[in-house]
Design a protein. Structure first.
Length: 517
């Protein structure tokens, strides 16, 4: 709605000038504002909100609003200048400002913002690159298409400016009207598309707001049926949805555990929360993340302790695999005081691959603080944690598919730019282009193709060499020249790779092809 409104106001202001209405009623100029510098800012805000990073937009919005604020002040000066009888700027000078300074900066700003939105989505896609490729595309492709249209429209806008500058037969705003209508049409499409997206979100929030592999609805319905009311079920779903979406971009075990601990405090109004992991070698629970009294800041735990499995309430939870809810800690002989004595405690086991992986624990100064809903929530949060940890474990073990976004980007880069024909191509340069670590790219290729990075690239080069050896245009090329053309940096490397993959030398391959043909 804001896009359509601001875009319409920009066009309306120009129409009033073209019709000469502002000459008859100069007071209308008082309501003129540089909306063309406001539309792109709203666009960026929408993009950040879509990828759930609106806090970043809040931090940067002051910079994005600078062009609008500058021209707001400048427009105010021009209005005063008009009512002062063009005391400071003549009509010709004001016309130059509107046609040159205002418009040229507006189109550059619109183009820059469109490209910036592309970068926001690209960064978002990299963050969720470990999800299947079709899921990432479904999440982002529709908005990328909108961004692409805005880039094209900005380029067309530049073309119209140049056309008016070079053509003596064209003048006025006539050539702009198709462009403006295209902008309004794009705004309208974005609005309709966005409203449909929001309607889908409201009708099925868990599908849109959670990660595909953290299905909150299924988790609740499959685990518990004792929530007291529909409103309570909705509240539980909202809390777990928040936990799931918060885990969306966490890529390490440490990030997952600290995020869970932080959200337990923020969403459940607890005093503290500690996540323990079972150290199999020590047979003891080690504190890995904490919020509340044990939080030392910068993801550090104050005076971390280890609890042997079977000792204390947390240790009993680990050994039995059953949650422990203690209403009065001072009456339980198992209670081990950590930083200070408290009234009640809840400890829930976290299972991974059918075995206890760790314990989610919380203490409270009040006795009888934890109720059945806390138990159910903790058990669900423990399941969410296990799902995410299991997903990370699969990634670390190489259980990846060809749908992985990074892998698809890697293949696209190789095929479109034929980068494998560059003899200086290395794992480091490829990973730098994809903005991922060399180790992760190596793991991807090993897991999906079953070969190492050098073998993978050499296979592409050998296939390229085969095509060249059969190509009539390369008949006069020597075998070595073809190997170099395919990307190999030496004769020996070419011959060894070719013989390993095809079972024959390049010369034998070319000879057999000539005999057959």
């Amino acid at each position: 709605n804001a896009f359509v409104l601001c875009g319409s106001l920009v066009i309306l202001q120009v129409i009033l000038i073209d019709l000469g209405i502002t000459k008859k009623h100069p007071a209308l100029l008082l309501f003129y504002l540089p909306y063309q510098f406001l539309c792109p800012v709203l666009f960026v805000g929408f993009t950040f909100a879509y990828v759930d990073e609106f806090q970043k937009f809040r931090k940067r919005v002051r910079y994005l609003l600078m062009p609008f604020l500058f021209f707001f002040v400048f427009y105010s000066f021009l209005k005063v200048n008009v009512f002062a009888g063009y005391r400071w700027l003549s009509i010709a000078e004001m016309a130059w400002v509107n046609q040159e300074l205002d418009e040229n900066l507006a189109v550059l700003f619109a183009l820059g913002v469109a490209i910036y939105n592309h970068r926001i989505l690209r960064r978002f896609k990299r963050k969720i690159g470990n999800l299947p490729f079709h899921i990432v595309e479904q999440k982002t492709k529709w908005l990328v298409n909108i961004f692409s249209v805005f880039v094209v429209l900005s380029v067309v806008w530049v073309g119209v400016i140049l056309l008016l500058r070079w053509s003596s037969s064209l003048s006025g705003h006539g050539p702009y009207y198709p462009l403006w209508l295209s902008y309004l049409g794009t705004y309208a499409i974005l609005m309709i598309w966005g409203l449909r997206h929001l309607a889908k979100l409201e009708s099925n929030p868990e599908k849109e707001n959670t990660i595909s592999y953290l299905n909150v609805e299924a988790l609740i319905s499959g685990s518990f049926h004792s929530f007291p009311a529909t409103s309570e079920q909705q509240r539980i779903t909202q809390i777990l949805t928040y936990f799931a979406t918060s885990l969306f971009d966490k890529n390490t075990e440490s990030e997952v555990l600290w995020d869970i601990a932080k959200n337990c405090i923020a969403k459940l109004d607890l005093e503290d929360c500690i996540l323990y992991r079972l150290d199999d070698q020590k047979n003891a629970l080690v504190q890995k993340a904490a919020y509340g009294h044990k939080d030392g800041g910068n993801k550090k735990i104050l005076s971390p302790i280890e609890i042997p499995c079977g000792f204390g309430i947390v240790g009993s939870t680990c050994r039995s695999g059953v949650y422990q809810k203690v209403d009065v800690l001072q009456q339980d002989p198992r209670y081990i005081i950590d930083d200070k004595a408290r009234g009640s405690e809840l400890a829930v086991p976290i299972f991974l691959d059918g075995e206890v992986w760790g314990v989610l624990d919380s203490e409270h100064s009040e006795e009888y603080f934890f109720i059945d809903q806390h138990v159910q929530l903790f058990q669900l949060i423990a399941k969410l944690t296990a799902i995410k940890l299991g997903q990370l474990k699969k990634v670390s073990q190489g259980h990846l598919t060809e749908e992985n976004t990074h892998y698809q980007n890697f293949l696209g880069w190789l095929n479109e730019e034929r980068s494998f024909t560059n003899p200086d191509l290395s794992l480091e340069t490829a990973s730098a282009h994809l903005n991922i670590s060399p180790g992760y790219l190596s793991q991807l290729i090993n897991a999906i193709s079953g070969t190492s990075f050098p073998e993978f690239i050499n296979a592409l080069r050998v296939n390229e060499a085969k095509q060249l050896l059969m190509d009539p245009e390369y008949t006069n090329y020597t075998i070595v020249a073809i190997g170099l053309e395919a990307g190999f940096n030496s004769k020996s490397a070419f011959y060894n790779a070719f013989k390993k993959q095809s079972g024959q030398t390049p010369s034998e391959y070319r000879s057999r092809y000539k005999m057959v043909s």
